[in-house]
Design a protein around this ligand. Structure first.
Ligand code: PRP
Length: 207
């Protein structure tokens, strides 16, 4: 049995569709219910639905053999997992954003609001810029609007949320996409099955 942690939501739906096309379908997934585990015993696959930011936790600790996680989560939490494949979906950018006319004053500590403190800290420390981190859990764009921060470090996909709040991307930190990740012990003990799954997915992506 291969256990797969899928992120709940749009990315998870797309990732599951890819895995199903790649020969790992689970018809129970189509049922409209609130179950969190779905199994296709005949082909030996079980899917878990988890909060996107928790996928790497399930995989790192071996509760799931593989999972689909955004590169943002991998960079932020640095889980001890294998990154097998860039799935080319869930593409977006990790950016610094702020008011369109924002000018950084290097004599002042920069106040940065973010859901990604480690990514933000690494980015500014590489340029020796002193910052004050403000760790938020969502609606990050609000912070500069109400004077909580000067700028934000956040995911930009279409740029719509920024634009509708009078903000703009100021610098790109890193491009992001969804990755297929694997538990390290699973990769040793279920290596053949995981390598086959990875190859199936890769072949399907190229088809
Ligand atoms: C993400 C991100 C931005 C928005 C960017 O938020 O934090 O707010 O999507 O998308 P856009 O560029 O297409 O507008 P999410 O939906 O995850 O919500 P949250 O951060 O407020 O929890």
């Amino acid at each position: 049995m291969i256990n797969v942690a899928l992120p709940k939501g749009r990315l998870g739906d797309k990732a599951y569709a890819l895995l199903a096309r790649a020969g790992h379908p689970c018809p129970a997934m189509q049922e409209d219910n609130r179950r969190l585990t779905f199994e296709n015993e005949a082909i030996g696959v079980r899917y878990f639905l988890v909060k996107p930011s928790d996928v790497a936790v399930y995989v790192e600790r071996g509760a799931a053999d593989v999972g689909i996680a955004g590169k943002d989560i991998l960079l932020e939490y640095r889980p001890d997992v294998f990154e097998l494949l860039d799935l080319g979906m869930g593409r977006c950018r990790m950016c610094v954003a702020g008011p369109k006319d924002f000018r950084d004053d290097p004599t002042q500590t920069l106040r940065v609001a973010t859901k990604f403190p480690n990514i933000a800290r690494a980015y500014y420390s590489a340029m020796s810029r002193e910052i004050e981190l403000i760790h938020l859990n969502g609606s990050i764009e609000l912070a500069p609007l109400v004077g909580l921060s000067d700028v934000i470090v956040d995911i930009v996909e279409t740029g719509k949320t920024l634009a509708e709040n009078g903000l703009a991307p100021l610098a790109e930190i890193v491009p992001i996409s969804a990755r297929l990740i694997a538990n390290k012990a699973s990769f040793r003990f279920k290596g053949d099955a995981l390598r086959a799954l990875c190859a199936d997915v890769e072949r399907t992506m190229q088809a």
